[in-house]
Design a protein around this ligand. Structure first.
Ligand code: AMP
Length: 210
């Protein structure tokens, strides 16, 4: 299954992707996670990406597409993958078509007004990238990941100012991809409001028909 998860920042792409990994046995590929790892490792790419990420802007297409091309060539992607946060521009979508075909694009639809609260309350595991929320999905033990016991932290771009800028970037650059994939007959629309388990069930039901 070759899958793209579309949706605004905070729509739940990462949370749903982690459950889809277990169901389909294929890897989640998050460009955000790959970029944060590059920043943490101090690579050339990380240095170039860092300023854009801190400001809530997109990292230039050529950097992100190069990263994705390399990742998709790895062995664990041969039976499929779940792309989380890529593509984010029309140009990235076109370049992705040169790298691979897709089975479906799931758009997780959430009212934009609710996303500031979702993102500023989000906590991420520094060891395994599992995603929690202070109100909607709190960990069993404060600041500790349920999955691996790692430390939970607040991403530096999950502050209100950067979140607003990321949402603007989404509306201007990424939202138009909904129509792009609708035109290609690949789009699956899922309501992203409500319980995480219900949203997951709706995604699975939709994917079962493909
Ligand atoms: P995310 O973890 O998906 O919210 O991504 C965090 C940040 O990484 C974004 O705000 C962008 O600065 C950058 N980023 C992630 N994916 C992409 C992409 N496909 N294209 C450009 N920038 C990206």
């Amino acid at each position: 299954m070759k899958l793209v998860l579309l949706g605004a920042p905070g729509a739940g792409k990462g949370t749903q992707a982690q459950q889809l990994v277990d169901r389909y046995g294929i890897p989640q590929i998050s460009t955000g996670d790959l970029l944060r790892a590059a920043v943490a490792n101090g690579t050339e790419l990380g240095k170039e990406a860092n300023g854009h990420m801190k400001a809530g802007r997109l990292v230039p297409d050529e950097l992100v597409v190069g990263l994705m091309k390399e990742r998709l060539a790895q062995d664990d992607c041969k039976d499929g993958f779940i792309l989380d946060g890529f593509p984010r521009t029309q140009n990235q979508a076109v370049l992705l078509e040169d790298i691979t075909d897709l089975d479906a694009v799931v758009n997780i639809d959430v009212e934009l007004e609710s996303l500031v609260a979702r993102l500023t309350g989000r906590r991420t595991c520094e060891a395994c990238n599992a995603v929690f929320h202070m109100l909607y999905k709190p960990p069993a033990v404060a600041d500790m990941c349920d999955a691996c016991g790692g430390n939970l932290y607040q991403r530096s771009d999950d502050n209100e100012e950067t979140v607003r800028s990321r949402l603007d970037t989404y509306v201007n650059n990424t939202k138009p991809l909904i129509d792009h994939y609708k035109d290609k007959g690949l789009l699956v629309e899922v309501d992203g409001n409500g319980a995480i388990a219900d949203i997951f069930e709706n995604i699975c039901k939709a994917l079962d028909t493909i």
